[in-house]
Design a protein around this ligand. Structure first.
Ligand SMILES: CC(C)(COP(=O)(O)OP(=O)(O)OC[C@H]1O[C@@H](n2cnc3c(N)ncnc32)[C@H](O)[C@@H]1O)[C@@H](O)C(=O)NCCC(=O)NCCS
Ligand SMILES: Nc1ncnc2c1ncn2[C@@H]1O[C@H](COP(=O)(O)OP(=O)(O)OP(=O)(O)O)[C@@H](O)[C@H]1O
Length: 196
């Protein structure tokens, strides 16, 4: 069974994924794997250089700040970048999933709904948090500017739109309450797996 986990930038999806991991659930973080594939796949490197120019890479390492500056204010380029990276991430996930022997796994991806990945998941969890909380968290975590954060938010659906597709929504403001909701969800998912 695959449980999709998503949420807007800074909502706390990776934090929630960590709570599932503490319960022994295998977790696949799409962002993290995308980063790894960008460093190891020559096909991806060449595709990005063809799209954005030689400045996109320093040797085998992507220049993430440069790439971000080129795509988060250019929908066409972002879509092209996604088309280069996402298929490789999806293929990598399937190979990883086939090696897991647990009752279910978590697939954490920032744009699960936007890109349709939720249709391949048995249940989908949305993590939300007030926009200002998210902006403050990211300014603290990444020293990002408000403009940089909002440029990314502009390429992500609103929480309202995502919540129409989510099977469960975690309002992640208080970490203790969030952790309790994860425990509850864990018990429900295990029980649902027993009946199927
Ligand atoms: C443009 C890149 C190089 C910027 O890297 P950087 O280290 O600055 O950001 P990072 O990858 O950590 O992303 C931070 C957050 O930005 C948002 N974000 C990332 N990619 C996208 C996207 N394609 N669409 C909308 N939001 C995105 C997410 O909320 C993500 O959690 C990187 O985001 C990227 O390659 N994105 C395209 C591939 C992708 O979609 N990756 C994420 C899921 S597989
Ligand atoms: N409820 C909370 N209260 C305070 N800080 C939080 C809370 N949840 C998460 N954080 C912090 O906010 C930051 C963003 O959280 P996290 O990385 O889990 O979000 P994310 O949705 O995965 O972000 P991104 O889309 O950038 O990957 C982190 O520094 C995290 O420690």
């Amino acid at each position: 069974m695959v449980i999709g986990l998503t949420g807007g930038i800074g909502s706390g999806k990776t934090t929630v994924a960590g709570f599932f991991k503490e319960l022994g659930v295998p977790v696949y973080i799409a962002d993290k794997q995308a980063k790894e594939l960008m460093e190891t796949s020559e096909e991806i490197r060449q595709g990005i250089v063809d799209l954005l120019g030689d400045e996109a890479y320093n040797g085998k390492f992507p220049n993430r700040k440069f790439i971000a500056s080129k795509v988060f204010n250019n929908t066409e380029k972002l879509e092209k970048l996604n088309s280069i990276i996402h298929p490789a991430v999806e293929n990598d996930f399937v190979q990883w999933k086939n090696k897991q022997s647990s009752a279910y796994v978590i697939y954490e991806a920032a744009i699960l709904f936007e890109k349709g990945g939720y249709k391949k998941c048995d249940f989908n969890i949305l993590v939300t948090a007030p926009k200002e909380d998210r902006v403050k968290r990211l300014q603290k975590r990444d020293q990002s500017s408000r403009d940089e954060i909002e440029a990314r938010m502009n390429h992500q659906w609103s929480d309202e739109k995502k919540s129409e597709l989510a099977d469960f929504t975690i309002e992640n403001t208080n970490l203790t309450q969030t952790k309790e909701q994860v425990r509850t969800l864990h018990r429900i998912i295990l029980k649902s797996g027993k009946n199927s």
